[in-house]
Ligand binder design. Structure first.
Ligand code: PLP
Length: 404
């Protein structure tokens, strides 16, 4: 967003220094092009293309009919916190009591709550990069100092324990990562997280936000929560939610689990900002968990198939450096081979230029890597139908061939 001079005169430094979400900005540009009549294929979205399963919708309708229309307890209905506690035991072998769980208006709010409760101005927050767009901005809102450390493509973009250790200083307060990762789809293996935890063991002031929102979209079938490691368990905030696994992005319900102290602080923070999450969404969330994760795993299987399809087609595009994303629904190739090439007198200086070229020439919306801390990459979502994915890759290949 480019603020006008008038806006700059009245708005706080806080909001002026905040970046607009790039994924939302790209979606806006794609919509504008579509409104002009172009057939735009949108691979910029960070959401499932599936409907929420019917049994969850039915539970929401029932909640309305049964009169669940009042304010809810700030950290969530006891019933939902109980179900989340059971889920942690069932899926992650984690013992979180309901009192250690805070339900929020999406995992994004859970992350913001935790950062605002843990970070003082000037504290350093290590962010495993490439990272989800909002991490850095939320840290800035808390007046913390984001310290991105970049995973290497050869390691599927995963940051190693050695890299982490080099980045820790006496000012480090927090480490944040997502696994499966947005934007790379990388999944940390248990031994990799154990190595990371061994480093963290040495620095008792350092906390962790483990963002596990894509847990069920995991093609290796093995999800490991770092909170399983006793030595650091009380310093870990585990974030999860319903948006991705249960295709419930619009319902706005997520949660975190943490030590009692941190959970109580997040409850207090939320009580002054949004209060309890929507009553109907919470009832839907409880029903989702009671129904198990079969529908989530079914959707994950579709994403796995599409991952294979896209990867095959992408490997056929000259200059795209790929790897095997083991989870989520994104692939994040290095596209820097195209930097310096030209089309009609315009030079591709960056992933941003290349993304705009792909949108204007191939009519495919993608998100450039700058927003994720990786300016050499572009994020493609494969949460789209096979036909759309095939057509998008065909168009992109043709368009890129025009670059000289
Ligand atoms: C890594 C990651 N964490 C958190 C979120 C936010 O999820 P929610 O919709 O529950 O706020 C997203 C959504 O894109 C995400 O990609």
């Amino acid at each position: 967003m480019r603020e006008t001079e008038e806006a700059k005169a009245i708005l706080s430094d806080r909001i002026l220094s905040l970046a607009e979400s790039q994924t939302i900005a790209m979606a806006k540009k794609a919509r504008e092009l579509a409104a002009k009549g172009y057939d735009v294929i949108n691979l910029s979205f960070g959401e499932p293309d599936f409907q929420t399963p019917q049994y969850i919708k039915d539970a929401a309708k029932q909640a309305i009919d049964e009169g669940f229309t009042f304010y809810t307890p700030v950290p969530g209905y006891p019933e939902l916190r109980q179900e989340i506690s059971k889920k942690f035991k069932r899926d992650n072998n984690l013992d979180y009591a309901p009192e250690q769980i805070v339900v929020s208006t999406g995992a994004k709010q859970s992350i913001a709550n935790a950062v605002l409760c843990l970070v003082n101005p000037g504290d350093e927050v290590i962010i495993f990069s490439p990272y989800w767009v909002s991490y850095e901005e939320i840290v800035k809102l808390a007046e913390g100092i984001p310290v991105p450390i970049m995973g290497r493509l050869e390691n599927d973009y995963k940051v190693t324990a050695e890299q982490l250790e080099k980045a820790i200083t006496s000012n480090t307060k927090l480490v944040m990562y997502s696994s499966p990762c947005n934007p790379t789809g990388a999944v940390f293996e248990e031994e990799e997280l154990r190595a990371i935890a061994s480093v963290l063991e040495k620095y008792p002031q350092v906390h962790v936000i483990a963002d596990e929102i894509y847990e069920y979209i995991n093609f290796s079938g093995k999800h490991f929560s770092i909170a399983n490691i006793d030595a650091i368990r009380d310093r870990v905030v585990t974030v999860n939610g319903f948006s991705k696994g249960y295709a419930m992005t619009g319902w706005r319900v997520g949660y975190l689990a943490a030590s009692r102290e941190i959970a109580a602080a997040c409850d207090k923070m939320q009580s002054q900002i949004t209060s309890g999450t929507c009553s109907i969404a919470q009832k839907a969330g409880a029903a989702a968990l009671k129904g198990g994760n079969a529908s989530a795993l079914e959707m994950a299987e579709a994403y796995r198939r599409r991952r294979d399809l896209v990867l095959d087609l992408m490997n056929d595009i000259p200059g795209f450096k790929t790897y095997l994303p083991n989870g989520a629904f994104y692939i994040f190739p290095d596209v820097s081979a195209y930097f310096g090439k030209q089309f009609e007198g315009k030079t591709m200086e960056s992933a941003e230029d290349l993304s705009m070229f792909i949108l204007s020439d191939a009519h495919v919306a993608v998100v450039s890597g700058e927003a994720f801390g990786a300016p050499q990459c572009i994020r493609f979502s494969f949460a789209a139908s096979d036909e759309k994915l095939v057509e998008a890759m065909r168009r992109i290949k043709n368009s890129l061939a025009k670059l000289q």
